[in-house]
Write a protein that binds this ligand. Structure first.
Ligand code: ADP
Ligand code: MG
Length: 393
């Protein structure tokens, strides 16, 4: 995989795929520009190198149709402020007018294409569409790690129509760090998994069963594992149709002699609400009118003890409903336990990352992935379509 420093960009027309899929409010204002800022090191480098930069991104889910509410116009404005430079917004992603803008682009100028997903061909990974994107382009640079798990035209097919493709700084950093958790991690390697659904995480768990020494389970998914063993878990969130998969995970863990840990106590309440009356239980059954919403203090203590010995830690998925104060303690304390180690710590997943910031310990984490779904899929499959596309060339 080529990276930016391997290439001479001077005067080249560069197609820079970024993830500017920022959250917008009702009026179309950007609520959080983290994703735009994440691409700035690459963009500023390309500017320093005197290239002609054509930026492309998706935004929201316009489902293949033009939608003025999902125009990249507010992004163009914010980006222009951040780089103190004019950002020309193209009316589309291809066509005569766009081709003209591309051709007339001068060194050090920035052209932002409209939302890629105004065209269904983008998500279809359509070769003809990719060819149009690649028109007049010398180099392709992918800095959209958050989109690398998608086989989309601007991520995958386009690399067939550009002579040279490379990873931007963000993609390279993500791949470098996440690879450390995949290839020969320092032991003990502790994986912590939580969140809402087992089904989202089964491929990750399966891969970690080949790598980790201990797997610590929290979040709602723990209760599918308990349910699979026949315990009564009240009305905790359970995926009944995933019980077989859960049993298989137990079996594999035993076979491979992986320590697979489930919570030993739980904070339960009638519902996930701020005013719900919470109590701690350390045995089953959980009464039918209650649900488990966080891990309890004994679990926190045991997990902390294991985390303290780790040399490598991968964490995805909150331990409880961390959005509500009284069910956030488990997640917070696990975050602090991770922060207190000297281990290489890697955290991925949208909510997990939010939880880490909420706990105020983000600075003590070795690497916080911007990838969400992409980082999980990378840990599960050890590669991503967008990374493969960069590697093939
Ligand atoms: P990530 O975005 O980090 O991958 P997920 O999206 O898988 O994480 O899971 C996060 C969600 O899981 C949060 O909204 C949280 O409230 C929820 N959650 C965690 N534990 C429980 C639980 N015991 N019951 C219900 N929901 C839970
Ligand atoms: Mg999530």
């Amino acid at each position: 995989m080529l990276s930016l420093k391997d290439l001479d960009f001077k005067g080249k027309r560069v197609f820079l795929r970024v993830d500017f899929n920022v959250p917008l409010d009702e009026e179309g204002n950007i609520r959080d520009d983290t994703r735009i800022k994440a691409a700035l090191p690459t963009l500023n480098y390309l500017l320093e190198q005197n290239s002609k930069i054509i930026i492309a991104s998706h935004l929201g889910r316009p489902k293949g149709k033009y939608n003025p509410k999902l125009s990249l116009k507010p992004v163009a404005k914010r980006l222009s402020e951040l780089i103190s430079k004019e950002v020309i917004l193209a009316p589309n992603v291809f066509g005569d007018e766009v081709d003209r803008l591309k051709k007339e682009l001068k060194k050090n100028q920035v052209l932002l294409l409209e939302n890629l997903r105004f065209h269904a061909e983008e998500t279809d990974n359509d070769p003809d569409f990719a060819r149009k994107l690649a028109y007049e382009i010398d180099y392709y640079v992918n800095d959209a790690f958050g989109a690398c798990h998608r086989s989309h035209a601007s991520v995958v097919a386009i690399t067939q129509y550009v002579k040279i493709s490379a990873a931007g700084f963000l993609v390279k950093k993500e791949v470098d760090y996440l690879s450390k958790a995949i290839h020969s991690p320092q032991k003990p390697y502790i994986a912590i998994l939580g969140g809402a659904k087992v089904s989202d995480k089964i491929p990750v768990i399966e891969n970690l069963l080949n790598k980790a020494d201990d797997i610590l389970i929290g979040g709602a998914m723990a209760y599918t594992f308990f349910r699979a063993q026949g315990y009564d878990v009240g009305h905790s969130l359970v995926e009944e149709d995933k019980k077989d998969l859960a049993l298989k995970v137990f079996e594999t863990a035993k076979e491979k002699q992986i320590n697979f840990h489930l919570p030993s106590d739980y904070i339960v309440a009638p519902e996930a609400a701020p005013d719900a009356k919470a109590q701690t239980l350390d045995s089953f059954p959980i009464p039918s009118d209650l649900m488990a919403l966080d891990i309890g203090p004994k679990t926190v203590e045991k997990y902390t003890e294991i985390i303290t010995k780790a040399k490598t830690i991968f964490w995805n998925g909150p331990m409880g409903v961390f959005e509500i104060e009284k069910f956030s303690q488990g997640t917070k304390k696990i975050a602090i336990a991770i922060a207190n180690t000297e281990a290489l710590s890697i955290i991925g997943g949208g909510d997990s990352v939010a939880a880490v910031y909420k706990a105020g310990i983000s600075e003590k984490i070795s690497f916080i992935s911007t990838g969400g779904g992409a980082s999980l899929e990378f840990i599960a499959n050890e590669t991503l379509p967008g990374i493969e596309a960069l590697t093939e060339k």
